[in-house]
Design a protein around this ligand. Structure first.
Ligand code: MG
Length: 362
């Protein structure tokens, strides 16, 4: 068994590739937590997780002070053992986002090692359903964009072959949201999917009202309409509108997903591999959703999520939102709006060590 001999963690600040504003926040920078793990069979695995601008140094402290010291001597091939060992050690701070992000940085490094050791790409090591996944585009739909800019973005997405586009909502007047969506729908036609994202900005009653106002544009889903802890509100909304409710980017444990699914409060699961604590729990959420006949369309991190979505039978869509191009030397291959899972063993991400070092802040 391949024993872990050493591990290290560091923080890299990565500039955003485009201005991204939603109803509640702006993506300031990608604080990128890296973990490297060496094993006694001569391999090194690299994993990562991220924040959109806050909490990076707290996550780094969690890694350096509490998780990294536990790794030497553990069997790197036993993904569950490694994950459970770290999870139980941090039990007092779970379920919590800092701990989940720290666990994910370690767990993705463990899966990088596992994939390299088996000589197979991640999409196959993680399950291997099919090698290609459709993409939808988020980059043309930010809330700060004007109607003209939305229309230009939608036309570009259509011409690029994306299967769908996502537009942020949450303007003070929902009829302004509707006007923006009507303009986008007129560009993409009835054949492309149109998603909206409220980023947890609505109240339970207002979300029901707004969902009805937006029904004429035939939404594929309404994402994060309410604060993530308001499961009952999502349940009521799901019962009141034909539009599927998508949640997941602000959910940090498998059990919380179970609660949503049991109550019929989620029609689409958007589990995020960093925020759920790594690939090990990500796969459990995807399989749990499958048991409820619900599809998975993960949040952000397309560089990892193409492989994971390709691994499971209920993977429907990956969000086109590239964010690693400044520090990597390879790109996800995209053919006519469909992403091809990387074929190299490992996570399929080729880091540019000089570009990473240039941005290292801790
Ligand atoms: Mg979202």
């Amino acid at each position: 068994m391949p024993l872990i001999t050493a591990a290290r963690a560091y923080l890299v600040d990565l500039e955003v590739e485009t201005v991204r504003t939603d109803a509640l926040q702006t993506f300031v920078k990608q604080e990128t937590l890296f973990v490297e793990i060496d094993t006694d069979d001569g391999l090194t695995g690299t994993g990562y997780s991220y924040t959109i601008g806050t909490g990076g140094r707290a996550t780094l402290s969690m890694l350096r002070d509490h998780l990294i010291p536990l790794l030497p001597g553990l069997d790197a091939a036993s993904t569950e053992t490694v994950w459970r060992t770290l999870f139980l050690h941090t039990k007092a701070t779970t379920v919590g986002v800092i701990t989940a992000l720290a666990l994910a940085a370690v767990d993705t490094a463990i899966w990088d090692l596992k994939s390299r050791r088996e000589g197979l790409p991640l999409w196959q090591v993680a399950g291997g359903h099919r090698p290609e996944v459709p993409l939808y585009d988020t980059e043309g739909g930010w809330l700060q964009l004007s109607v003209d800019e939305l229309v230009r973005g939608a036309a570009a997405s259509r011409d690029a072959g994306w299967r769908g586009v996502k537009v942020k909502i949450g303007k003070p007047d929902p009829h302004e949201d509707l006007e923006r969506l009507v303009a986008v729908r007129s560009v993409i036609g009835p054949g492309m999917d149109l998603m909206v994202d409220a980023n947890q900005s609505l109240t339970s009653a207002d979300a029901i009202r707004r969902a009805h106002i937006l029904e004429p544009v035939d939404l594929f889903w309404i994402e994060e309409p309410l604060p993530a802890e308001d499961v009952a509100g999502h349940e009521r909304l799901a019962a009141a509108t034909p539009t599927p409710i998508a949640v997941g980017e602000s959910i940090y444990s498998v059990g919380q997903f179970r609660e949503y699914l049991q109550r019929g409060a989620a029609g689409i699961v958007q589990v995020d591999v960093a925020r759920i604590g790594g690939i090990t729990p990500w796969l459990k959420v995807a399989h749990l959703a499958e048991a409820f006949n619900v599809e998975v369309c993960p949040h952000f991190l397309m560089e990892l999520h193409v492989s994971l979505t390709a691994a499971v039978p209920n993977g429907r869509y990956v969000e086109h939102i590239p964010q690693l191009r400044a520090i990597t030397t390879n790109r996800i291959e995209i053919r006519d709006g469909v992403a091809v899972a990387p074929t190299a063993p490992g996570l399929g991400i080729e880091w540019d060590p000089d570009a990473v070092d240039d941005r290292r802040v801790a």
